[in-house]
Design a protein around this ligand. Structure first.
Ligand SMILES: [Zn+2]
Length: 797
């Protein structure tokens, strides 16, 4: 066998590693000059080891040869936010408070929220009642000052003879100044949103900074709003919202009426109506308008309810539904700031020219709606409005991503939010294909982020990276997995976008490493995870959405992402220096997601739950109604499922409508566990590998209130269904996963989806888990471990 030397070396290294774990040292080594932790979301041990064996990860192999490689145990459940929160704070969910993507509130039956953070409102800069007291006083003061100035001028110029004009001039000046001041101050919002993180504990980058180790964390996961510490520069990652305060809200502009439906996962789909010149108008929606008064909000909500009622009456009436749906889609977003989007198509040239307009009136809803007729654009503002300021036209080519387009979401002359987003022109309308344009989730502009959106610490860190690396995305989940899942975006567009994001992250990392003085750096890349979620079907012939022709083109993309990470490792060693200690970790591995399990259907069939799921069969219906588990008969329901694999006992004294007596708690848990372990698929396959008790997994102050009572670990190939995540159900317990989101790890038994650990310094890897990385890094710097950490140092003693 003739292997090239590099491949041979990698293979040898791997064999050596498999044969013996890291060599233990007698004495601890002196602290390294620098330590870098590279986090790769979703890097799977089996794929990583295969690629190492094939010699396609030469830098990782060299790093492992210098130090060590091993599998890294993930958390239970194996979900990114759970695992990264545990890795960052070296604590279990009971202490750090993150159990799942979704958090259920035991006080309110059916209340489910995103688990990572909460959104609250606080008084605006002018304090409580800021629209009345302070502006009135300030206006009075401005008037008096103006009066005084006029009087002083008149006295200086000795115009004593003209008393009457002087009084008039003084009054006019005072009135003008008062009115102007009052108007300007009325633009200051009364209440402003304030995000807070639900993650408790202190992450290790903060511990290091406080201990005097100059630290940088880029794309720090589950750290929004930005962690603060001395000697720390941090940019937030997973968990950072897009400009709509959502976790990745995309838009599609299409002229195909069949497409105008609410996407499964939640995006904005607008039907474009082109006029004779080939021009159409729409809107790009931005943040909630924080300058609206309570009365204005109430009026907009009434209009939305009316628009929705009209649309619902029209369901099933294909000729007219499109227009009514369109009006409702805009009406429901009328309380968000927005920009006007003008689209001019040129089918022959396969291009479209777009212009973005800022300012001008809010979308005006011309209610009552017309009852018939295909889309008149009457409900949208016209382009001729003189208040709209248009940006430069930009020509988009078919099947290519645009550069970042800037948006200025203006709420009033004082309050505006800058955003950036990229367009993909899927079709300019040639060859009989309908016109179709997609917009990736709009990010805050890193050069000009509102101060209440804390994406970096210090606030100057985000713009300083942009000045070196160019403008970049801030959305914590920027990959377009959701539009792919919803069938709204092509694989071609998805992977081109993911490649660009990866290149952008590399530029950002290089800019961070050029910052002076740092000794510790954490950086995370998430494209490996996202591409596996969307493209697993291309490497899994058993996937219900496998398409052999597409698999030929896109099958290699998963390996490509791992190989790209090997290049990132090259960037790191080049910038950090050969003597830097580099540790590479992932939070979990991956498994196929072929069959979805409706846990609530299972609980009903097994007699633990009664009631129904109403007509909420789609995730979007569940999400938009925000009324989860609504059909359940609580007095006879012993348990319900919500989130990605958690089951909650309807326990008296904890749940608002509890029915299970605490003395029966253990017996109910045991019966559910036994029944789940006996669950078989139609072909006789075992579905559940293990069911864990929450009390065995979690300890800490949040466990009693938020921990699931049972955590299901599925066999490979199975995952909790989409509907289950929001407390819904389906037609039967197990169904094919119909979506292109075809690889996963959430709710798969943690033993089946281990992560990886590669270290350039020797470590003891037996029993290593994600919580052990933080104490290891502290140990390398000689920084004492905070009390209450659950992880252990892997540095050999
Ligand atoms: Zn992950």
């Amino acid at each position: 066998m003739n292997l090239p030397p590099r491949r041979c070396g990698a293979l040898l290294a791997l064999l050596l590693l498999a044969a013996s774990p890291c060599p233990a040292q007698d004495r601890p080594a002196p602290p390294p000059k620098r330590v870098v932790v590279l986090g790769i979301d979703g890097a799977d041990a089996a794929i990583f080891e295969r690629l190492m064996k094939e010699g396609r990860l030469p830098r990782f192999a060299a790093l492992a040869k210098k130090g060590c490689y091993g599998r890294l145990a993930t958390t239970n459940p194996a979900q990114s936010p759970v695992s990264w929160a545990a890795a960052a704070t070296s604590t279990n969910s009971g202490k750090n408070g993150i159990y799942d993507f979704i958090r259920r509130d035991p006080d309110v039956p059916g209340r489910l929220d995103l688990a990572l953070g909460s959104r609250n409102e606080v008084d605006g800069p002018l304090g409580p009642g800021g629209r009345v007291g302070f502006p009135a006083l300030a206006a009075l003061a401005a008037g008096l000052v103006a009066w005084g100035l006029v009087a002083l001028c008149l006295r200086l110029f000795r115009r004593k003879s003209s008393a009457a004009p002087a009084v008039v001039a003084g009054l006019l000046a005072a009135g003008g100044a008062a009115a102007w001041t009052h108007r300007v101050l009325s633009w200051v919002p009364e209440r402003i949103p304030k995000a807070s993180s639900n993650r408790l504990g202190v992450p290790f980058w903060s511990v290091l900074g406080e201990a005097g180790v100059d630290s940088i964390a880029v794309e720090a996961p589950v750290s929004f709003p930005a962690d603060r510490a001395r000697n720390l520069r941090l940019l937030t990652g997973l968990g950072t919202p897009d400009v709509q305060a959502f976790w990745g809200f995309y838009s599609v502009f299409t002229e195909d009426p069949k497409e105008v439906v609410e996407p499964e996962t939640g995006g904005f789909v607008d039907a474009l109506v082109f006029d004779a010149s080939g021009t159409a108008l729409s809107r790009v929606y931005g943040p909630p308008d924080i300058t609206l008064s309570a009365e204005e909000k109430a009026a907009l909500e009434r209009e939305e309810a009316l628009a929705r009622a009209v649309w619902e009456q029209k369901i099933g009436v294909p000729t007219s539904k499109r227009f009514e749906e369109r009006v409702w889609q805009h009406a429901r977003r009328a309380s968000q700031a927005s920009c006007v989007l003008e689209v001019r198509r040129d089918a022959a040239a396969r291009t479209a020219t777009i212009r973005v307009g800022s300012g001008g009136p809010r979308p005006v809803l011309d209610l009552p709606l017309p009852r018939t007729g295909p889309g008149s654009a009457a409900a949208l503002p016209g382009p001729g409005d003189p208040a709209v300021r248009w940006g430069e036209p930009l020509v988009l080519k078919e099947r290519a991503w645009s550069p970042y387009v800037e948006f200025s979401f203006e709420m009033n002359p004082l309050v505006r939010v800058k955003g950036i987003g990229r367009f993909w022109l899927e079709s300019a309308g040639a060859d009989g294909k309908p016109f179709r344009l997609a917009l990736a989730p709009v990010s805050f502009d890193p050069r000009d982020v509102p101060s209440i959106v804390e994406v970096s610490w210090p606030a100057s860190f985000a713009p300083s990276l942009a000045s070196k690396a160019g403008v970049y995305n801030l959305v914590g989940w920027p990959c377009l997995t959701n539009p792919v899942k919803d069938g709204m975006l092509s694989d071609e567009a998805f992977i081109a976008h993911a490649r660009d994001l990866l290149a952008e992250r590399r530029r950002k990392l290089k800019a961070a490493m050029e910052q002076p003085g740092w000794r510790f750096l954490f950086v995370m890349f998430s494209e490996v995870d996202r591409v596996q979620h969307a493209f697993w079907r291309h490497v899994d012939p058993k996937s219900p959405t496998h398409d052999p022709a597409a698999a030929k083109v896109y099958g290699p993309c998963i390996d490509e992402m791992y190989v790209a990470m090997d290049e990132v490792l090259g960037d790191i060693t080049a910038a950090a220096g050969e003597d830097a200690a580099v540790i590479v970790m992932s939070d979990h591995g991956f498994a196929p997601y072929r069959r979805g399990v409706h846990l609530n259907n299972f609980l009903q069939d097994a007699g633990f739950q009664s009631g129904g799921f109403g007509d909420s069969r789609s995730v979007n219906q569940l999400a938009s109604r925000r009324n989860f588990l609504s059909g359940l008969a609580w007095d006879t329901t012993q348990a319900y499922a919500a989130g990605l694999g958690g089951i909650y006992v309807n326990l008296k004294g904890r749940e608002a409508k509890g029915s299970v007596d605490p003395k029966d708690y253990d017996a109910v848990c045991a019966r559910i566990r036994t029944a789940l372990l006996a669950l078989r698929d139609a072909d006789g396959s075992k579905v559940v590998r293990e069911v864990y008790l929450g009390k065995d997994l979690y300890s800490g102050p949040t466990a009693a209130r938020f921990a699931p009572d049972l955590v299901v670990g599925f066999e490979s190939g199975y995952r909790v269904s989409w509907q289950t995540t929001l407390g819904g159900g389906g037609d039967r317990v197990i169904q094919d996963n119909p979506f292109r989101w075809s690889g996963d790890h959430c709710s798969v038994d943690p033993s089946l989806v281990p992560g990886i650990l590669v270290s350039g310094v020797p470590l003891r890897l037996e029993g290593a888990g994600v919580m052990d990385v933080a104490p290891t890094v502290l140990d390398l710097f000689g920084v004492p471990r905070p009390a209450g950490w659950d992880g252990k140092s892997l540095v050999p003693r």
